[in-house]
Design a protein around this ligand. Structure first.
Ligand SMILES: Cc1ncc(COP(=O)(O)O)c(C=O)c1O
Length: 347
């Protein structure tokens, strides 16, 4: 039984996406994004998001975030984010590098979400217009958050209001945007530009693609230099149709949401089961496809002894479990059964 809950990246590729790659592999087509698949993808994303957005496929989430933020902030800009944000901790300084030196400012907030009041206070303290200080330029939020929580549409809109008031670009790191939209049960437009998001890193890799994300600009002025930044950043794939084919299959029909709904349901099943176990305590609300839970060390070790895989998130017993489109209910139940067997040793 597969008890691998380390990440959504440990899963394979959705069969429909693999089939789309196979289809893209016949005949020939134009290179560097001039192909028919990329044109169809752009049209489909405009339809899905109900607006004339600009679409730039790239191969990794780090590239998507770096490209989005480079378009949003000058070298002397401040980019506000949660202090646990992927852009701040897990991208090896790519946002700073691609912006040419912008600084990330880590804010506090429960469940790795920032809030409008904290953002407004940080901007007020920044010294706007003061020549000695770096200048507020952008705010970046992870949807879903790094602790498996989901910003409500109103939360995003409140951050969007502060951003607009202070002329900040609102970027959404949507590596798990599908999981968030599935949880919110709203339209992708409502979850993004209608709530004030200016640029979205639209993730697919964690939710069934092989390696494909798209930077989606909802403000044409921000997209002006993106062609050149993407090329300079090494993400203008000569055989772009293979990136676009993944994304096209992903947003055709309901695949992206069906995958996300399944992953979320598996996380809920896991979280509910763990919440019932003596000794285990949920740390965050598990609204998307990640479960953060405190486990007694004896239980964590017993689970590892039975072949379960997960990340220990710090030294205090916090554990991260991630589900995906490919997670089977039997794996969740197997994990919970193994955890239950460990209860007598753990409490
Ligand atoms: C919140 C978030 N953003 C972005 C990424 C994308 O990272 P990568 O460059 O590995 O595709 C990840 C992957 O872990 C993530 O969790």
């Amino acid at each position: 039984m597969n008890l691998d809950f380390r990440s959504d990246n440990v899963a394979g590729v959705s069969p429909a996406i693999m089939a789309a790659l196979e289809r893209a592999n016949s005949g020939s087509d134009s290179s560097y994004g001039g192909d028919a698949v990329t044109a169809r993808l752009t049209a489909r994303l405009r339809e899905l998001f109900e607006t004339d957005c600009a679409v730039f496929p790239v191969a990794t989430g780090t590239a998507a975030n770096a490209l989005a933020l480079a378009s949003a902030a000058p070298p002397y800009g401040l980019i506000y984010c949660h202090h646990e944000a992927h852009i701040a901790n897990d991208e090896c300084g790519a946002p700073e590098f691609f912006t040419g030196g912008a600084r990330l400012v880590g804010l506090e907030g429960d469940h790795a979400k920032i809030n409008a009041a904290a953002l407004a206070a940080a901007v007020a303290a920044a010294g706007v217009g003061e020549q000695h200080h770096m200048q507020p330029a952008a705010v970046s939020i992870s949807q879903a958050s790094e602790r498996g929580a989901v910003y409500g549409v109103d939360d995003v809109a409140a951050l969007g209001d502060v951003a607009r008031r202070h002329n900040l670009v609102l970027h959404m790191d949507g590596a798990r945007f599908a999981n968030a939209v599935a949880a919110l049960e709203c339209s992708p437009a409502a979850a993004s530009w209608k709530a004030g998001v200016d640029v979205l890193s639209f993730g697919a890799t964690k939710n069934g693609a092989m390696a494909a994300e798209a930077v989606i600009f909802f403000r044409p002025d921000l997209a002006r230099d993106a062609l050149f930044r993407r090329k300079r950043g090494g993400h203008l794939l000569s055989k772009m149709r293979f990136l676009s084919a993944q994304l096209e299959a992903y947003v055709t029909g309901d695949l992206w949401l069906a995958n996300a709904r399944h992953a979320n349901a598996m996380a809920r099943r896991l979280a509910d089961g763990l919440a019932r176990l003596p000794g285990a305590r949920l740390a965050d609300p598990a609204q998307a496809n990640e479960v953060f839970v405190y486990l007694p060390d004896a239980m964590a070790r017993a689970l590892e002894g039975e072949g379960a895989k997960f990340h220990r998130w710090g030294m205090d017993g916090l554990v991260r479990l991630v589900t995906s489109f490919a997670t089977e209910a039997a794996s969740v139940d197997g994990f919970l059964a193994a955890a239950a067997r460990a209860v007598p040793r753990a409490i």
